[in-house]
Design a protein around this ligand. Sequence first.
Ligand code: TRP
Length: 434
Amino acid sequence: MSEQPQEPIQSTEQQQEKKEQIVTPWDVDAGDDGVDYGKLINQFGSQAISEDLLERIERVTKKPVHHFLKRGIFFSHRDMHKLLDYYEQGKPFYLYTGRGPSSESMHLGHLIPFMFTKYLQDVFDVPLVVQMTDDEKFLWKKLELEEAHRLTYENAKDIIACGFDMSKTFIFSNLDYMGHLYRTVLEIEKSVTCSQVKGVFGFEDSDNIGKFSFPAIQAAPSFYTSFPHIFPETAEDKKKQKKTKRKNDIMCLIPCAIDQDPYFRVTRDVAPKLGFQKPALIHSKFFPALQGANKKMSSSSDTSSIFLTDTPKQIKDKINKHAFSGGGATKEDQEKYGANLAVDVPYQYLQFFLEDDVQLEDIREKYSTGKMLTGQVKGALIDLLQKMVAEHQERRKKITDEQVKEFLSVRKLSFTMPTKKEVVPSATTEAKKE
Ligand code: TRP
Protein backbone atom coordinates (compact mmCIF):
# COMPACT_ATOMS: atom_id res chain seq x y z
CA MET A 1 0.00 0.00 0.00
CA SER A 2 1.26 3.46 -0.80
CA GLU A 3 2.33 5.64 2.09
CA GLN A 4 1.92 8.90 0.29
CA PRO A 5 -0.42 11.19 2.18
CA GLN A 6 -3.78 11.90 0.59
CA GLU A 7 -2.66 15.21 -0.77
CA PRO A 8 0.82 15.62 -2.17
CA ILE A 9 2.96 18.32 -0.61
CA GLN A 10 2.04 21.47 -2.42
CA SER A 11 4.35 24.13 -3.68
CA THR A 12 4.93 27.06 -1.34
CA GLU A 13 2.69 29.27 -3.45
CA GLN A 14 -0.22 26.88 -3.46
CA GLN A 15 -0.02 26.47 0.29
CA GLN A 16 0.17 30.17 1.00
CA GLU A 17 -3.01 30.74 -0.95
CA LYS A 18 -4.83 28.46 1.46
CA LYS A 19 -2.87 29.88 4.43
CA GLU A 20 -1.85 26.37 5.41
CA GLN A 21 1.27 25.56 7.37
CA ILE A 22 4.17 24.83 5.07
CA VAL A 23 6.47 22.00 6.04
CA THR A 24 8.82 20.68 3.37
CA PRO A 25 12.46 19.64 3.62
CA TRP A 26 13.36 23.18 2.48
CA ASP A 27 10.83 25.44 4.05
CA VAL A 28 8.95 25.67 7.32
CA ASP A 29 6.41 28.41 7.79
CA ALA A 30 3.65 27.91 10.25
CA GLY A 31 1.70 31.13 10.33
CA ASP A 32 1.32 33.02 13.59
CA ASP A 33 0.22 30.22 15.90
CA GLY A 34 3.27 28.01 15.47
CA VAL A 35 3.36 24.61 13.81
CA ASP A 36 0.29 22.46 14.50
CA TYR A 37 2.06 19.15 15.08
CA GLY A 38 -1.14 17.16 15.54
CA LYS A 39 -2.26 18.29 12.13
CA LEU A 40 1.13 17.42 10.69
CA ILE A 41 0.76 13.83 11.94
CA ASN A 42 -2.52 13.63 10.03
CA GLN A 43 -1.09 15.32 6.94
CA PHE A 44 1.94 13.05 6.86
CA GLY A 45 0.17 9.89 8.04
CA SER A 46 2.59 9.04 10.86
CA GLN A 47 1.76 7.92 14.42
CA ALA A 48 1.77 10.00 17.59
CA ILE A 49 4.15 8.73 20.28
CA SER A 50 1.91 7.38 23.03
CA GLU A 51 2.50 6.81 26.73
CA ASP A 52 2.43 3.09 25.93
CA LEU A 53 5.31 3.41 23.53
CA LEU A 54 7.36 5.40 26.06
CA GLU A 55 6.72 2.75 28.68
CA ARG A 56 7.71 0.04 26.28
CA ILE A 57 10.96 1.79 25.37
CA GLU A 58 11.79 2.04 29.08
CA ARG A 59 11.00 -1.63 29.60
CA VAL A 60 13.11 -2.75 26.66
CA THR A 61 16.10 -0.49 27.34
CA LYS A 62 15.82 -0.76 31.13
CA LYS A 63 16.54 2.97 31.34
CA PRO A 64 14.39 6.07 31.77
CA VAL A 65 13.53 7.60 28.38
CA HIS A 66 15.38 10.71 27.20
CA HIS A 67 13.75 13.99 28.24
CA PHE A 68 13.15 14.76 24.55
CA LEU A 69 10.72 11.83 24.58
CA LYS A 70 9.18 12.60 27.96
CA ARG A 71 8.53 16.21 26.92
CA GLY A 72 7.10 15.45 23.50
CA ILE A 73 9.99 17.00 21.56
CA PHE A 74 10.23 13.72 19.67
CA PHE A 75 6.51 13.33 19.11
CA SER A 76 5.81 11.13 16.08
CA HIS A 77 7.00 7.84 14.64
CA ARG A 78 6.59 5.11 12.07
CA ASP A 79 6.92 1.43 12.97
CA MET A 80 8.62 1.86 16.36
CA HIS A 81 6.65 -1.07 17.76
CA LYS A 82 7.81 -3.32 14.95
CA LEU A 83 11.40 -2.24 15.53
CA LEU A 84 11.11 -3.08 19.23
CA ASP A 85 9.52 -6.45 18.40
CA TYR A 86 12.51 -7.22 16.20
CA TYR A 87 14.95 -6.02 18.81
CA GLU A 88 13.35 -8.23 21.43
CA GLN A 89 13.54 -11.16 19.04
CA GLY A 90 17.28 -10.62 18.78
CA LYS A 91 17.27 -9.22 15.24
CA PRO A 92 19.84 -6.52 14.49
CA PHE A 93 19.07 -2.91 13.65
CA TYR A 94 21.14 0.21 13.08
CA LEU A 95 20.64 3.96 13.34
CA TYR A 96 20.79 6.35 10.40
CA THR A 97 20.73 10.13 10.51
CA GLY A 98 22.32 12.95 8.54
CA ARG A 99 23.24 16.53 8.03
CA GLY A 100 23.32 18.87 5.04
CA PRO A 101 26.58 20.77 5.51
CA SER A 102 25.61 24.22 4.27
CA SER A 103 27.29 26.42 6.86
CA GLU A 104 30.51 26.55 8.78
CA SER A 105 28.95 26.71 12.20
CA MET A 106 25.98 24.72 13.28
CA HIS A 107 23.37 26.16 15.62
CA LEU A 108 21.60 24.79 18.67
CA GLY A 109 18.71 23.36 16.65
CA HIS A 110 21.11 21.19 14.65
CA LEU A 111 22.20 19.46 17.84
CA ILE A 112 18.75 18.06 18.66
CA PRO A 113 18.75 14.99 16.37
CA PHE A 114 22.36 14.22 17.22
CA MET A 115 21.86 14.46 20.99
CA PHE A 116 18.91 12.15 20.64
CA THR A 117 20.76 9.74 18.35
CA LYS A 118 23.56 9.55 20.91
CA TYR A 119 21.00 8.49 23.54
CA LEU A 120 19.62 5.83 21.18
CA GLN A 121 23.10 4.51 20.42
CA ASP A 122 23.87 4.30 24.13
CA VAL A 123 20.71 2.52 25.23
CA PHE A 124 20.44 0.11 22.29
CA ASP A 125 24.17 -0.37 21.71
CA VAL A 126 23.83 -0.41 17.92
CA PRO A 127 25.84 0.87 14.95
CA LEU A 128 25.15 4.37 13.59
CA VAL A 129 25.67 5.76 10.09
CA VAL A 130 25.63 9.53 9.48
CA GLN A 131 25.16 10.82 5.94
CA MET A 132 26.73 14.20 5.11
CA THR A 133 24.84 15.44 2.06
CA ASP A 134 27.44 17.77 0.54
CA ASP A 135 26.00 16.79 -2.86
CA GLU A 136 22.53 17.97 -1.81
CA LYS A 137 23.78 21.36 -0.67
CA PHE A 138 25.69 21.76 -3.94
CA LEU A 139 22.53 21.04 -5.94
CA TRP A 140 20.25 23.30 -3.89
CA LYS A 141 22.45 26.18 -2.77
CA LYS A 142 24.89 28.60 -4.26
CA LEU A 143 27.80 26.62 -2.95
CA GLU A 144 30.86 25.29 -4.71
CA LEU A 145 31.43 21.57 -4.61
CA GLU A 146 34.77 21.79 -2.81
CA GLU A 147 33.33 24.19 -0.27
CA ALA A 148 30.46 21.79 0.49
CA HIS A 149 33.01 19.00 0.87
CA ARG A 150 35.09 21.09 3.28
CA LEU A 151 31.98 21.89 5.33
CA THR A 152 31.33 18.16 5.69
CA TYR A 153 34.57 17.88 7.65
CA GLU A 154 33.90 21.02 9.71
CA ASN A 155 30.41 19.86 10.64
CA ALA A 156 31.61 16.31 11.30
CA LYS A 157 33.66 17.74 14.17
CA ASP A 158 30.53 19.18 15.78
CA ILE A 159 28.76 15.86 15.34
CA ILE A 160 31.66 13.89 16.83
CA ALA A 161 31.71 16.38 19.74
CA CYS A 162 28.25 15.07 20.70
CA GLY A 163 30.09 12.05 22.05
CA PHE A 164 29.53 9.23 19.58
CA ASP A 165 31.42 5.99 20.07
CA MET A 166 33.93 5.74 17.23
CA SER A 167 33.91 1.95 17.19
CA LYS A 168 30.17 1.98 16.41
CA THR A 169 29.85 5.11 14.26
CA PHE A 170 30.47 5.68 10.56
CA ILE A 171 30.17 9.22 9.18
CA PHE A 172 30.37 9.60 5.40
CA SER A 173 30.48 12.35 2.80
CA ASN A 174 28.27 11.52 -0.17
CA LEU A 175 30.96 12.94 -2.43
CA ASP A 176 33.50 10.44 -1.10
CA TYR A 177 31.28 7.44 -0.46
CA MET A 178 29.12 7.40 -3.59
CA GLY A 179 30.96 4.49 -5.19
CA HIS A 180 29.95 2.30 -2.27
CA LEU A 181 26.44 3.68 -2.14
CA TYR A 182 25.78 3.57 -5.86
CA ARG A 183 24.46 0.04 -6.23
CA THR A 184 21.75 0.64 -3.66
CA VAL A 185 21.03 4.10 -5.10
CA LEU A 186 20.51 2.55 -8.55
CA GLU A 187 18.10 -0.07 -7.23
CA ILE A 188 16.03 2.74 -5.73
CA GLU A 189 16.28 5.03 -8.77
CA LYS A 190 14.92 2.27 -10.97
CA SER A 191 11.86 1.91 -8.73
CA VAL A 192 10.87 5.57 -8.39
CA THR A 193 9.39 7.64 -11.21
CA CYS A 194 9.62 11.36 -11.93
CA SER A 195 5.92 11.80 -11.32
CA GLN A 196 6.33 10.28 -7.86
CA VAL A 197 9.05 12.70 -6.79
CA LYS A 198 7.19 15.61 -8.37
CA GLY A 199 4.15 14.68 -6.33
CA VAL A 200 6.03 14.32 -3.07
CA PHE A 201 8.57 17.14 -3.33
CA GLY A 202 6.93 19.57 -5.75
CA PHE A 203 9.87 19.53 -8.19
CA GLU A 204 9.24 21.30 -11.50
CA ASP A 205 10.52 20.51 -14.98
CA SER A 206 12.76 23.58 -14.71
CA ASP A 207 14.55 22.14 -11.65
CA ASN A 208 17.98 20.62 -12.27
CA ILE A 209 18.01 16.86 -12.81
CA GLY A 210 20.26 16.28 -9.79
CA LYS A 211 17.35 17.20 -7.52
CA PHE A 212 15.16 14.57 -9.11
CA SER A 213 17.53 11.76 -8.25
CA PHE A 214 18.62 13.05 -4.85
CA PRO A 215 15.75 11.38 -2.94
CA ALA A 216 17.25 8.02 -3.92
CA ILE A 217 20.57 9.12 -2.42
CA GLN A 218 19.03 10.12 0.89
CA ALA A 219 16.98 6.90 0.87
CA ALA A 220 19.87 4.51 0.21
CA PRO A 221 21.45 4.51 3.70
CA SER A 222 18.12 3.21 5.06
CA PHE A 223 19.07 -0.12 3.47
CA TYR A 224 21.92 -2.11 4.97
CA THR A 225 23.38 -3.04 1.56
CA SER A 226 24.76 0.51 1.43
CA PHE A 227 27.30 -0.58 4.06
CA PRO A 228 28.84 -3.90 3.04
CA HIS A 229 31.84 -3.25 5.34
CA ILE A 230 29.45 -3.06 8.30
CA PHE A 231 26.86 -5.64 7.26
CA PRO A 232 28.61 -8.14 5.00
CA GLU A 233 26.49 -10.77 3.26
CA THR A 234 27.66 -14.36 3.06
CA ALA A 235 27.36 -16.54 -0.04
CA GLU A 236 24.66 -18.39 1.82
CA ASP A 237 22.72 -15.17 2.46
CA LYS A 238 22.84 -14.40 -1.24
CA LYS A 239 21.59 -17.84 -2.19
CA LYS A 240 18.71 -17.53 0.22
CA GLN A 241 17.88 -14.03 -1.02
CA LYS A 242 17.66 -15.28 -4.59
CA LYS A 243 15.13 -17.88 -3.56
CA THR A 244 12.99 -15.77 -1.24
CA LYS A 245 13.43 -12.42 -3.06
CA ARG A 246 14.00 -10.95 0.37
CA LYS A 247 17.09 -9.30 1.80
CA ASN A 248 18.45 -10.03 5.28
CA ASP A 249 16.31 -8.99 8.23
CA ILE A 250 18.23 -5.90 9.29
CA MET A 251 16.09 -2.92 10.17
CA CYS A 252 17.04 0.72 10.27
CA LEU A 253 15.82 3.41 12.65
CA ILE A 254 15.98 7.03 11.50
CA PRO A 255 15.82 9.83 14.06
CA CYS A 256 15.15 13.11 12.23
CA ALA A 257 13.20 16.35 12.28
CA ILE A 258 9.71 15.88 10.87
CA ASP A 259 10.52 17.92 7.72
CA GLN A 260 12.68 15.02 6.46
CA ASP A 261 9.76 12.60 6.48
CA PRO A 262 8.87 13.01 2.77
CA TYR A 263 12.19 11.38 1.83
CA PHE A 264 11.41 8.40 3.98
CA ARG A 265 7.85 7.98 2.76
CA VAL A 266 9.36 7.37 -0.66
CA THR A 267 11.94 5.06 0.95
CA ARG A 268 9.28 3.05 2.76
CA ASP A 269 7.27 2.77 -0.45
CA VAL A 270 10.11 1.18 -2.40
CA ALA A 271 11.49 -0.99 0.43
CA PRO A 272 9.21 -4.04 -0.08
CA LYS A 273 9.67 -3.90 -3.86
CA LEU A 274 13.41 -4.34 -3.32
CA GLY A 275 13.00 -6.98 -0.61
CA PHE A 276 14.07 -4.71 2.27
CA GLN A 277 12.47 -3.99 5.62
CA LYS A 278 10.93 -0.53 5.75
CA PRO A 279 12.97 1.79 7.97
CA ALA A 280 11.36 2.89 11.24
CA LEU A 281 11.33 6.61 11.99
CA ILE A 282 11.18 8.82 15.01
CA HIS A 283 10.43 12.51 14.38
CA SER A 284 11.25 15.66 16.30
CA LYS A 285 9.56 19.01 16.41
CA PHE A 286 11.50 22.03 15.16
CA PHE A 287 13.71 24.10 17.35
CA PRO A 288 12.14 27.58 17.41
CA ALA A 289 13.97 30.70 16.27
CA LEU A 290 14.70 33.33 18.92
CA GLN A 291 11.96 35.48 17.43
CA GLY A 292 9.25 32.92 18.02
CA ALA A 293 7.87 29.47 17.52
CA ASN A 294 6.37 30.01 14.08
CA LYS A 295 9.75 29.71 12.38
CA LYS A 296 12.50 27.18 12.86
CA MET A 297 15.99 28.33 13.65
CA SER A 298 17.89 29.07 10.47
CA SER A 299 21.61 29.37 9.97
CA SER A 300 21.15 32.06 7.35
CA SER A 301 19.84 34.52 9.92
CA ASP A 302 22.40 35.74 12.41
CA THR A 303 19.98 37.14 14.97
CA SER A 304 17.53 34.23 14.91
CA SER A 305 20.08 31.63 15.94
CA ILE A 306 22.50 30.75 18.67
CA PHE A 307 25.54 29.20 17.07
CA LEU A 308 27.84 26.61 18.54
CA THR A 309 30.66 29.11 17.95
CA ASP A 310 29.02 31.97 19.89
CA THR A 311 30.86 33.55 22.83
CA PRO A 312 29.20 33.82 26.26
CA LYS A 313 28.59 37.50 25.58
CA GLN A 314 26.96 36.84 22.20
CA ILE A 315 24.68 34.26 23.81
CA LYS A 316 23.69 36.67 26.56
CA ASP A 317 23.05 39.56 24.16
CA LYS A 318 21.05 37.50 21.70
CA ILE A 319 18.77 36.08 24.37
CA ASN A 320 18.27 39.40 26.12
CA LYS A 321 17.66 41.31 22.89
CA HIS A 322 15.93 38.86 20.60
CA ALA A 323 14.29 36.00 22.52
CA PHE A 324 10.53 36.42 22.19
CA SER A 325 8.86 36.66 25.58
CA GLY A 326 5.43 35.44 26.55
CA GLY A 327 5.63 37.37 29.80
CA GLY A 328 3.54 40.39 30.71
CA ALA A 329 4.40 43.69 29.02
CA THR A 330 5.17 45.31 32.36
CA LYS A 331 6.35 43.95 35.70
CA GLU A 332 2.87 44.61 37.10
CA ASP A 333 1.17 42.75 34.23
CA GLN A 334 3.52 39.80 34.63
CA GLU A 335 2.90 39.64 38.36
CA LYS A 336 -0.85 39.84 37.80
CA TYR A 337 -1.36 37.54 34.79
CA GLY A 338 1.78 35.39 34.51
CA ALA A 339 3.49 34.39 31.27
CA ASN A 340 2.06 32.63 28.23
CA LEU A 341 4.47 29.71 28.07
CA ALA A 342 3.15 28.45 24.73
CA VAL A 343 4.80 31.37 22.93
CA ASP A 344 7.64 32.08 25.33
CA VAL A 345 10.94 31.27 23.64
CA PRO A 346 13.20 31.22 26.75
CA TYR A 347 10.88 28.70 28.41
CA GLN A 348 10.74 26.58 25.28
CA TYR A 349 14.52 26.50 25.04
CA LEU A 350 14.66 25.39 28.67
CA GLN A 351 12.32 22.52 27.80
CA PHE A 352 14.85 21.39 25.21
CA PHE A 353 18.00 21.77 27.27
CA LEU A 354 17.28 21.88 30.99
CA GLU A 355 17.43 18.21 31.87
CA ASP A 356 16.43 18.58 35.51
CA ASP A 357 12.66 17.96 35.67
CA VAL A 358 12.28 19.42 39.14
CA GLN A 359 13.99 22.69 38.23
CA LEU A 360 12.00 22.99 35.02
CA GLU A 361 8.73 22.40 36.83
CA ASP A 362 9.65 25.03 39.40
CA ILE A 363 10.28 27.59 36.65
CA ARG A 364 7.08 26.60 34.85
CA GLU A 365 4.98 27.05 37.95
CA LYS A 366 6.51 30.34 39.04
CA TYR A 367 6.79 31.94 35.60
CA SER A 368 3.28 31.05 34.47
CA THR A 369 1.75 32.47 37.66
CA GLY A 370 3.78 35.66 37.75
CA LYS A 371 6.07 34.74 40.62
CA MET A 372 9.02 34.88 38.24
CA LEU A 373 9.85 37.60 35.71
CA THR A 374 11.05 37.20 32.12
CA GLY A 375 14.46 38.59 33.03
CA GLN A 376 14.97 35.84 35.60
CA VAL A 377 13.96 33.10 33.18
CA LYS A 378 16.23 34.55 30.52
CA GLY A 379 18.99 34.63 33.12
CA ALA A 380 18.55 30.94 33.88
CA LEU A 381 18.64 30.15 30.16
CA ILE A 382 21.72 32.27 29.55
CA ASP A 383 23.62 30.45 32.32
CA LEU A 384 22.60 27.07 30.95
CA LEU A 385 23.44 27.79 27.31
CA GLN A 386 26.72 29.54 28.06
CA LYS A 387 27.84 26.45 29.92
CA MET A 388 26.50 24.02 27.31
CA VAL A 389 28.04 25.83 24.33
CA ALA A 390 31.39 26.34 26.11
CA GLU A 391 31.55 22.63 26.92
CA HIS A 392 30.74 21.78 23.31
CA GLN A 393 33.53 24.08 22.11
CA GLU A 394 35.93 22.47 24.57
CA ARG A 395 35.12 18.97 23.28
CA ARG A 396 35.27 20.09 19.65
CA LYS A 397 38.67 21.70 20.12
CA LYS A 398 40.11 18.41 21.31
CA ILE A 399 39.04 16.49 18.21
CA THR A 400 42.00 15.97 15.89
CA ASP A 401 41.98 15.75 12.10
CA GLU A 402 43.11 12.13 12.52
CA GLN A 403 40.03 11.34 14.58
CA VAL A 404 37.75 12.93 11.98
CA LYS A 405 39.47 10.89 9.28
CA GLU A 406 38.97 7.75 11.32
CA PHE A 407 35.24 8.38 11.81
CA LEU A 408 34.93 8.93 8.06
CA SER A 409 37.00 5.95 7.00
CA VAL A 410 35.39 2.88 5.45
CA ARG A 411 35.97 0.21 8.08
CA LYS A 412 34.37 -2.53 10.10
CA LEU A 413 32.46 -1.40 13.15
CA SER A 414 32.69 -3.39 16.33
CA PHE A 415 29.33 -4.25 17.75
CA THR A 416 27.89 -7.49 18.94
CA MET A 417 25.04 -8.88 16.92
CA PRO A 418 22.14 -8.94 19.34
CA THR A 419 20.69 -12.01 20.96
CA LYS A 420 17.12 -12.71 21.94
CA LYS A 421 16.21 -10.32 24.74
CA GLU A 422 14.79 -11.51 27.97
CA VAL A 423 11.33 -10.03 27.62
CA VAL A 424 9.97 -8.49 30.76
CA PRO A 425 6.29 -8.04 30.01
CA SER A 426 5.26 -5.74 32.82
CA ALA A 427 6.04 -4.37 36.24
CA THR A 428 3.76 -6.94 37.89
CA THR A 429 5.61 -9.94 36.54
CA GLU A 430 8.84 -8.27 37.63
CA ALA A 431 7.49 -8.00 41.13
CA LYS A 432 6.41 -11.64 41.17
CA LYS A 433 9.90 -12.79 40.29
CA GLU A 434 11.39 -11.15 43.34
N1 TRP B 1 18.68 16.34 4.06
C1 TRP B 1 19.19 16.51 5.39
C2 TRP B 1 19.55 17.98 5.62
O1 TRP B 1 19.47 18.80 4.75
C3 TRP B 1 20.41 15.66 5.65
C4 TRP B 1 20.10 14.18 5.81
C5 TRP B 1 20.53 13.17 4.99
C6 TRP B 1 19.35 13.57 6.86
N2 TRP B 1 20.10 11.96 5.43
C7 TRP B 1 19.36 12.16 6.57
C8 TRP B 1 18.69 14.05 7.99
C9 TRP B 1 18.72 11.26 7.43
C10 TRP B 1 18.05 13.13 8.83
C11 TRP B 1 18.06 11.74 8.54
O2 TRP B 1 19.91 18.35 6.71
